[in-house]
Design a protein around this ligand. Structure first.
Ligand code: PHE
Length: 341
């Protein structure tokens, strides 16, 4: 018994522990519920009565030493580095969170907004579920007008109180015209919905930015120059635009706008199908009926409007061949836009 205590004592003296784990292992080994101190007290039971006193003292002493050593080790560790594990090298760079990327649609929307805000356009927003008036009637789509079919509408509620998912953000512009007086210079970015089969070029949900400019003496030349400025800012200084006559119920005259192909510079390639041009938006002079429907004097004021799909612009800008990629959120696709921010 004496030897056992001696050897434990020796072990205690020689023991070194300089990490939290090692100190805890030490505590368990010496002072734990199945530790050496406990073991010695158990052994004491089998010691002859006349020796109990002597051994008892030795064990008590051993226990006190072990406890003192434990406290000492703990204190020295917390004094040296605030109690953390010294195996941790605080000078090493930490684990970083992987950097995310902005969605290309957000990037392009932001860029479009920035371009137009530089020439005084504000941003306006409106509801995604619209009534017939704001999505159609106020925009000069009479009931039964075939142009309503062009829009492939998702109806939410049929009948007297007809509600639908907006098919364009022109509806927001009606709200702006109703609630303010010219001059009006605003763009309305937002989600729109059309009942179309999903393909590489079409989706039932997509994003638009539509613009509206109303003031005295606004002319088609103002429209053309505004769009030329936009095209150059968006696709580069060499970009040219081309306007082709078109039809929209809410504008007269109306046009579709192409930009010179930013890939081949107008020489012809498979992206522009060897035409040298890519279609980017629809536009026109706001029809006087639309102004009047929103309570604006069409004799005093005139204006232009335009509308574009953000996906379409993003596809051209980043050469994305399939529109569905924007909705699948595959990180391998999205990570490619890290540097675009
Ligand atoms: N609202 C039209 C659409 O979604 C786009 C457009 C807006 C065309 C303004 C002309 C003027 O198709």
């Amino acid at each position: 018994m004496k030897e056992k205590i001696e050897s434990y004592k020796q072990e205690l003296e020689e023991l070194k522990a300089d990490t939290l784990d090692a100190i805890e292992a030490f505590r368990i080994k010496f002072l734990g519920s199945k530790g050496l101190v406990k073991e010695l007290y158990a052994d004491l039971k089998s010691v002859a009565n006349e020796e109990k006193r002597e051994f008892g003292q030795l064990i008590n002493e051993f226990r006190t030493n072990a406890e003192a050593k434990y406290n000492e080790l703990k204190d020295s560790l917390s004094a040296s580095d605030g109690g953390s594990d010294p195996k941790v090298d605080l000078t090493r760079p930490g684990t970083k969170f992987p950097q995310g990327a902005r969605h290309p649609i957000s990037l392009v929307r932001k860029e479009i907004i920035e371009i137009f805000s530089r020439i005084g356009f504000t941003v306006s927003q409106g509801p995604e579920i619209e009534d017939d008036w704001h999505n159609f009637s106020a925009l000069n789509f009479p009931p039964e007008h075939p142009a309503r079919d062009m829009q492939d509408t998702f109806f939410v509620e049929k009948g007297d109180n007809e509600m639908a998912l907006r098919t364009h953000t022109s509806s927001v512009q009606v709200r702006v015209m109703e609630n303010s007086t010219p001059p009006i210079r605003t763009i309305s970015p937002g989600r729109v919905f059309r009942n179309e089969a999903i393909s590489a070029r079409a989706h039932c949900i997509f994003h638009q930015v539509e613009g509206l400019y109303i003031d005295e003496k606004v002319s088609f030349a103002d429209l053309k120059q505004t769009l030329l400025y936009f095209a150059k800012e968006m696709f580069g200084d060499k970009t040219e635009i081309r306007l082709r006559p078109s039809y929209f119920p809410f504008t007269e005259p109306s046009a579709e706008v192409d930009v010179s192909c930013n890939i081949c510079g107008g020489k012809g390639c498979n992206v522009c199908k060897y035409t040298g041009y890519l279609e980017i938006l629809g536009c026109g002079m706001v029809d006087p009926n639309v102004l009047e429907a929103a309570g604006i004097d069409s004799k005093k004021y005139s204006g232009f409007a335009f509308g574009m799909g953000i996906e379409r612009i993003a596809m051209l800008k980043y050469q994305v061949k399939d529109l569905r990629l924007f909705f699948e959120n595959d990180v391998r696709f999205l990570n490619q836009f890290k540097s675009a921010y």
